[in-house]
Design a protein around this ligand. Sequence first.
Ligand code: NI
Length: 170
Amino acid sequence: MIYPIVKYGDPVLEKPAETIVHFDEELKQLADDMFESMYAAHGVGLAAPQIGISKRIVVIDINFKEDPNDKLVLINPEVIRTEGKQRGSEGCLSLPEFREDVTRPNIVTVRAQDLDGKWFETSGEELMARALMHETDHLNGKLYISHVSALKRDLMKRKIKKLVRAGEWA
Ligand code: NI
């Protein structure tokens, strides 16, 4: 099932998500639904709070359907190592139409559980490192706008307020 994407302004995006303890069929279904919802929204990463579910699960496919082996599910992920720096344009399905430059580590290692509850580590660089940081941030109630300058953030917030008033942000 395709869930609508929750937009900036909804409190679910700004609170820490709950640890997942049950690794059951329901969780597998949620992961499938998250991929479906992410692809429908043309995204390369999605965290459960973005579909209104405050649980620590994210899905990532930075190559957007190119290879089924690229589909990554991270449950209860923690960033355990970072290296270097990169600066580049970043967007978020919960902030449609916006993009801003964000500085992120260039190499990121995450420890997470899979759909069976088994712990594993995964590393990524460049776009993958950015996705790992962006999506784990979501589970901590953090959006990428917290990484842009106060000036740009205020501008974005003002534009969003206008969109809300115009009924174009729901
Ligand atoms: Ni996002």
